[in-house]
Write a protein that binds this ligand. Structure first.
Ligand SMILES: Cc1cc2nc3c(=O)[nH]c(=O)nc-3n(C[C@H](O)[C@H](O)[C@H](O)COP(=O)(O)OP(=O)(O)OC[C@H]3O[C@@H](n4cnc5c(N)ncnc54)[C@H](O)[C@@H]3O)c2cc1C
Length: 181
């Protein structure tokens, strides 16, 4: 067997493992949400890593020098905004009373426990002045965009145009070919 044959056979094996894993998780149909794409690529990457780790442990006894450090304020900020805008982008169009209550509670908990204390204090004041708008998906997306702009302005960063079209393009479904996975 050549190296090429062996590579394509392990790719096929990974493809089969991926299909059976997705089936066992109840997937397999069309994926609407990006989370589904992410699940596929995360599973595929995990299977690849397992394969590579097996080969590496056979071939080498060297210790990895890679260190994972706690996130910086900037990293936490960017990750948090990504989560918040994505949650808003996929919030129900007609949320139930309970959905609205949970989302408001989530924002309040974030403002209470956000790990940068002075950011948290400002965010608490901001959401007291302008409480979360949770009646519809559009309301929530635009409210959050305005909250993010309050912080952007404070930090001298560019402001984002808070229209639902711009927000969906950035956070829900981009038309940019570079964003197609
Ligand atoms: C609740 C909260 C409060 C914070 N308060 C502070 C603070 O007081 N002081 C501080 O130093 N840092 C604070 N941060 C962190 C700060 O906002 C940034 O996340 C951090 O400085 C990194 O900035 P960035 O340039 O990577 O882009 P980020 O501001 O993290 O933005 C990430 C991406 O979001 C998109 N985006 C930008 N603005 C908007 C918008 N209005 N609506 C939708 N999408 C947008 C852009 O594509 C951008 O690249 C806070 C973060 C959060 C979540």
């Amino acid at each position: 067997m050549t190296i090429d044959d062996s590579a394509s056979s392990s790719e096929k094996k990974r493809g089969d493992q991926l299909s059976s894993l997705l089936k066992s998780m109840g997937g397999g149909g069309d994926c609407d949400r990006p989370a589904c794409d992410d699940t596929k690529s995360a599973l595929s990457a995990a299977l690849q890593r397992v394969g590579e780790a097996r080969v590496a442990s056979k071939n080498s006894t060297k210790q990895s020098t890679y260190t994972e450090c706690p996130p910086t304020r900037e990293e936490i900020g960017t990750s948090t905004w990504s989560l918040l805008h994505s949650m808003a982008a996929w919030y129900p169009t007609s949320p139930t009373a309970n959905d609205q209550k949970l989302m408001t509670g989530f924002m309040q908990a974030l403002a209470r426990f956000y790990p940068c204390t002075w950011c948290a204090t400002d965010f608490q004041q901001n959401i007291e002045l302008n409480p979360p708008k949770t009646e519809t998906r559009d309301d929530l997306c635009i409210w959050l965009c305005e909250q993010h702009n309050v912080v952007n302005q404070k930090l001298g960063k560019p402001l984002f145009q808070c229209s639902i079209d711009k927000l969906d393009e950035r956070w829900r479904k981009s038309t940019d070919p570079k964003c197609q996975k």
